[in-house]
Design a protein around this ligand. Structure first.
Ligand SMILES: CC(=O)N[C@H]1[C@@H](OP(=O)(O)OP(=O)(O)OC[C@H]2O[C@@H](n3ccc(=O)[nH]c3=O)[C@H](O)[C@@H]2O)O[C@H](CO)[C@@H](O)[C@@H]1O[C@H](C)C(=O)N[C@@H](C)C(=O)N[C@H](CCC(=O)O)C(=O)O
Ligand SMILES: Nc1ncnc2c1ncn2[C@@H]1O[C@H](COP(=O)(O)OP(=O)(O)OP(=O)(O)O)[C@@H](O)[C@H]1O
Ligand SMILES: N[C@H](CCC[C@H](N)C(=O)O)C(=O)O
Ligand SMILES: [Mg+2]
Length: 492
């Protein structure tokens, strides 16, 4: 594709005629990935300034640089814009074709992965070739490939979307994280449906305050979803009202779900031993759905997923039927093992105060004895959420054990101290394996252990090392070897 065609109508860069005729061979935002004929996006980042690599990118073969007008570019076309990430995304979106015919995006503090995965499954059960892109990676019916981020960078995102379309995927859903939305990581793709799950404290290290965090999320409805698209909104959250208003101001079709929802109204939710029965009012009729998953939060996510499927042409009766066969999402209230004495250990990805509350609430109706919660908080992430997580876990559990969860560049003891400040009477066991073994040793036959924070993760990030660690596997090992914990994380 010619450079002139990629920027026509997007940017008024005055290209020399031979610059415009240049054949573009690809896009990169990291100068180390530039090949001859690529376009380099030079962005100011949180750690470094991408503009510092412009010369090196041109040396490596970049024929055009998308960068702020103040950037210095010599020896390649300068596509200057005050929002270079956006222009770069829109150009790349013209390059990476084809695209899946139906695309939905889900945002919210918690529930994005679950909703995306459930939507993918519901589409699949309807016989559609579907995929999702998010925290679990790029997931299709046949495989899962990790990308490392919830919302990957724009080049990875668009190239994967077009790869999926080439493989025949017609229906795709992606997780739009607040970082991803504010960095224009998912721009330029026709998106017919935007889904909002909820908003609560997270990532304030990056966004500063809740209002700015909310605004970052709202770009989904203000700009990313197409004109005439649909907003599927969980109606029972404190922030649902403002989200609905934004979607209406934009003129999107509104599809609300939940107890306060009008499109799918949740009339009641009755926990059963292995799941729950939902009574849902839709299109004037009441439907009984037997959901094979426990917890109010999973009911919320499946209703959001149903909304996304209905907004992309799904039939109501089919969707309700398929909901009864949905498979658990990896690492979300996943039962890892039952200890020798009979206590189930559930692994969950709760890593915010609200997520912890949701996971504990989900298990509470199933606990006859004590609920033992093991959790930590990530390093180099929002510090303010730590005492709040401590408070929720200590108040709502019978026993709370504070441990390590990806300390990254921080001192793990300091992170635990931040959590302990809010966690009255909690026990502190830094080594995660030892904490799990401790809980298993404490648990009686009527107790339930909740192992929160890492879900599907496969490693403990300490400094810049990743030590293999899978909560499900470690819980099984500790349950098998109930007399003692093996110490593998000697570095902590
Ligand atoms: C704070 C943040 O979001 N950072 C992400 C962002 O980095 P950045 O743009 O600030 O990059 P930077 O490292 O300062 O570099 C600036 C630019 O110079 C370029 N560069 C840099 C070095 C070099 O040698 N050459 C070069 O060209 C970089 O490619 C970049 O374009 O863009 C990078 C490329 O896409 C991401 O890898 C990086 O994720 C970091 C590692 C990260 O930890 N991100 C987390 C917080 C994140 O994004 N999380 C969200 C939400 C999680 C959730 O709640 O689900 C997610 O979507 O995963
Ligand atoms: N609808 C919900 N309401 C409240 N809490 C939820 C909800 N859905 C999930 N959670 C909690 O949040 C955890 C993470 O869920 P999930 O992975 O679906 O969210 P996410 O938004 O994708 O998270 P991330 O921001 O890390 O990508 C779950 O394990 C659960 O504890
Ligand atoms: N996507 C989230 C996941 C957090 C999971 C938890 N295990 C942690 O490391 O804090 C983040 O990067 O903030
Ligand atoms: Mg996710």
């Amino acid at each position: 594709m010619k450079l002139s065609a990629l920027i026509a109508g997007l940017n008024d860069a005055a290209l020399e005629s031979e610059e415009g005729e240049a054949h573009v061979t690809g896009f990169a935002i990291d100068h180390r990935k530039i090949a001859q004929g690529n376009i380099f996006g030079a962005f100011q980042g949180a750690k470094v300034n991408g503009e510092d690599f412009i010369e090196a990118a041109i040396g490596a073969g970049a024929i055009a640089i998308v960068a702020h007008p103040n950037a210095e570019v010599e020896g390649a076309a300068h596509i200057a814009d005050i929002e270079p990430r956006r222009v770069f995304a829109l150009m790349a979106a013209r390059y990476f074709t084809p695209k899946p015919q139906y695309v939905a995006a889900v945002t919210g503090t918690n529930g994005k992965t679950s909703t995306a995965e459930m939507t993918r499954q519901l589409w699949r059960m309807a016989g559609l070739n579907s995929a999702s892109i998010g925290t679990l990676g790029v997931t299709t019916a046949d495989e899962q490939v990790k990308t490392g981020l919830t919302t990957p960078d724009i080049v990875t995102f668009l190239s994967n979307m077009s790869g999926l379309a080439r493989e025949g995927v017609s229906h795709a859903i992606f997780e739009a994280s607040s970082h991803g939305l504010s960095q224009y990581r998912t721009e330029g793709l026709p998106v017919q449906v935007g889904v909002f799950t909820n908003l609560s404290r997270d990532h304030l290290d990056y966004h500063g305050d809740m209002d700015r965090y909310f605004e970052a999320k709202m770009r989904l409805f203000d700009e990313v979803v197409d004109d005439g698209g649909t907003a599927v909104v969980w109606a029972d959250d404190d922030w649902s009202g403002p989200v609905i208003k934004r979607a209406m101001d934009r003129g999107l079709n509104l599809f609300t779900v939940g107890e306060q929802g009008t499109s799918l109204r949740l009339l009641s939710r009755t926990p059963t031993q292995l799941g729950q029965v939902l009574m849902v009012k839709a299109q004037g009729n009441t439907h009984r759905i037997s959901l094979p998953l426990i917890g109010a939060y999973q009911a919320a996510n499946i209703l959001c997923a149903a909304g996304a499927v209905l907004a992309t042409g799904g039939e109501l009766e089919d969707v309700f039927d398929h909901m009864q066969r949905v498979q658990p999402v990896r690492g979300r209230l996943e039962r890892a093992v039952i200890t020798k004495i009979g206590a189930p250990v559930y692994v969950d990805y709760a890593h915010t105060p609200d997520g912890l509350r949701a996971a504990i609430d989900a298990l509470r109706p199933h606990v006859k004895g004590k609920l033992i919660t093991i959790f930590g908080a990530g390093g180099d992430r929002d510090k303010g959420k730590r005492p709040e997580m401590g408070k929720v876990a200590a108040q709502l559990s019978d026993i709370a054990i504070v441990t390590d969860d990806n300390p990254r560049g921080e001192d793990p003891a300091a992170i635990r101290a931040d959590i302990m400040a809010g966690a009255k009477d909690a026990t502190e066991v830094g080594d995660r394996r030892a904490a799990i073994a401790h809980a298993i040793a404490l648990a009686g036959a009527d107790d339930i252990i909740l192992l929160a924070g890492k879900g599907h993760e496969q490693g403990q990030i300490i400094g810049d090392r990743v030590i293999p660690f899978d909560d499900v596997e470690v819980a099984r090992e500790c349950a098998r070897d109930a007399n003692g914990a093996r110490q593998s994380e000697t570095a902590i």
